[in-house]
Design a protein around this ligand. Sequence first.
Ligand code: AFP
Length: 325
Amino acid sequence: MDHEADAYRTDLMTITRFVLNEQSKYPESRGDFTILLSNIVLGCKFVCSAVNKGEEQKKLDVLSNDVFVKALVSSGRTSVLVSEEDEEATFVESSKRGKYCVVFDPLDGSSNIDCGVSIGTIFGIYTMNHTDEPTTEDVLKPGNEMVAAGYCMYGSSCMLVLSTGTGVHGFTLDPSLGEFILTHPDIKIPKKGNIYSVNEGNAQNWDGPTTKYVENCKFPTDGSPAKSLRYVGSMVADVHRTLLYGGIFLYPADKKSPNGKLRVLYEVFPMSFLMEQAGGQAFTGKKRALDLVPEKIHERSPIFLGSYDDVEEIKALYAMEEKKN
Ligand code: AFP
């Protein structure tokens, strides 16, 4: 009998236990983050169950947002919330305020719901650094100031991937226990991958460096094998595969959408934070993605993220283009 494997299976590291362990490294920590996270986890469990019941898209979008907003407000640990579903930021009433601000997309990739493709929730967390009245300035901060980020993927299994700045860890929902259990500790993205992931239907409108990069993926000139193309069209699923298998995910700018499609605060930043924590990179075509300073809560940015070496290649192409101009 494999006693070591058995010991691992019986010593269940739930997400709450994991975060409590991490927080105990900070003597000043009073458990606020653990409480906040347990409310995010509650929202994820709710969405997971609703997705499994086969609720239709429109209903699920609204339901998921309501559940997350209510769970976050009632945690008593938040002051500002930005949701993809709400045009304006939510400012929590003073009696329920806390030191965190949460930016999130409650149900990303929701156009995939009705055909059963994996979808997800994405979130990023900032801390308030003052006790005055909260404003949108409290979330219009670069991604490198996030204290945590993660996503939950609702697919063949329900998996929550989280980073609090000390690596990336994956937890799988055990439906019989109703708990997320650590199944993928310290995820590292391969240094180089053999998959690229992009909506090639937009190719006629791409700029030079993106066009050249994708051409190199298909017709490499350095003797390396051509890369495979995989594109779900659901960011959580595409980024999750990229994180585990390596490669690159691109949502570039194009002539029709000069800022790309994906939103800085609750798509680009959390995924870039996770990629860097896993040893990969995230680039906008101009700079490190986490160094962007958003001016609007629903701002968009082009994004190239994934394996370190693959992102290096696209960075080199944009650097060459800049030299030409
Ligand atoms: P939906 O939420 O409308 O399905 O959009 C999903 C998404 O924001 C992101 O999850 C995908 O990576 C991206 O859009 C796909 O966009 P395209 O359909 O333009 O490729």
